[in-house]
Design a protein around this ligand. Sequence first.
Ligand code: LLP
Length: 432
Amino acid sequence: GNEMITVENNKLKIDGFDVSELAEQHGTPLYVMSESQIVKNFTRYTEAFKEYSEKTGKEFIVSYAYKANSNLAVLKILTNLGCGADVVSGGELYTAKMVSVDSSKIVFNGNCKLEEEIIMGIETNIRAFNVDSISELELINEVAGKLGKVANVAFRINPNVNPKTHPKISTGLKSNKFGLDVEAGIALKAIKMAKEMKNVKIVGIHCHIGSQLTDISPFVEETKKVMDFVVSLKEQGIKIEDVNIGGGLGVPYDKNTEIPVQKDLANAVINTMLEYADKVELPNLIIEPGRSLVATAGVLLGKVHHIKETPSAKWIMIDAGMNDMMRPAIYEAYHEITPCTIRDEKEVVNIAGGLCESSDVFGKERELPKIEVKDTIAILDVGAYGISMANNYNARGISKMILTSEDGAYTIRERETYADLLSKDIIPPKYL
Ligand code: LLP
């Protein structure tokens, strides 16, 4: 949950800072990230999976999925704790280098890697490209050959496991675009091809079945499919050093339902892995969580500018909008919303942003403490896939972001200005 949030004298606090005051000081919309919560979320993974290294003598690596939130300060917190990087673009790899992530903890994902990205990855000496197709394997071999190097490759398999999550964030089903099909023999074919290639080294098997999983059983099914495959490869004389089971652990967006946590995932995965100990030398274990490291650490603040009543509802209009946080608009995602001044009286309201789209609504029919104009509203659990998916629609700048920590509140991203919005546009001289 959001352990950094407390309520004192009917005022919402984050890491002890009065949230309305932060909004006043820094302006809105405003993203707030909590250092303490990020540290807690990360430490829970390393604590929970420690047992794997203890029992097997193998490495356990957390490669944080940068797509969830790649703010440099957030990344520095994680890097300093020993966290690695799961990158999906040249931009993310560049970012990982900027925060000096240990290259042996960088993995490169994606189903359409570009030649220039492959060059960057090889030159950075990353732990593995998670290969998504035979075409990509061939390109990696060719590029590595030109550079006179050997590229580390892991194979992203499509295990055909139903993650039981939102269809738009399911990835490990046969019908999804990702991975090399195991059942149809394509994964094996790719690996056999790789074995004959001069400029790639087979290091691992990778898998990622989806995001916001609220049930552990698909992870167990996934791990079994991966390990069965690893065993079958051993029988063919191919040794797998790394197994990467991807990310996907969900967070409790809805505070009324309890969902599995890091420890539950670790117990299930470790037990499943250990079942294979007599069949094959167990591999290093890599995971790529994004959401479960940062989602609960982030809050988006908006200020109420107008309140209006229509025949169907009472609408609270705030200055944060769907360009700041797309999840409700594109996935109908539920996020807890609370005013930062908590009055006794309650009412049922809709909370909306100010963009010209009917989907720019953060919450419908929410029973909340009474809200007034000028109040600050907090949207919770937006630390993942919040600012990283933000955009400039309706010519709105990306919001400012601050970090609350024990020794103070820091600005970790400046607000985009009107001039920033136009800085890349060019008018051909003939119009001037
Ligand atoms: N590894 C791979 C290969 C992935 O594709 C993803 C997420 C992750 C790791 C991290 O998954 P996580 O631990 O965060 O669930 N925009 C969507 C989520 C898209 C996830 C894409 N891939 C949302 O806001 O719900």
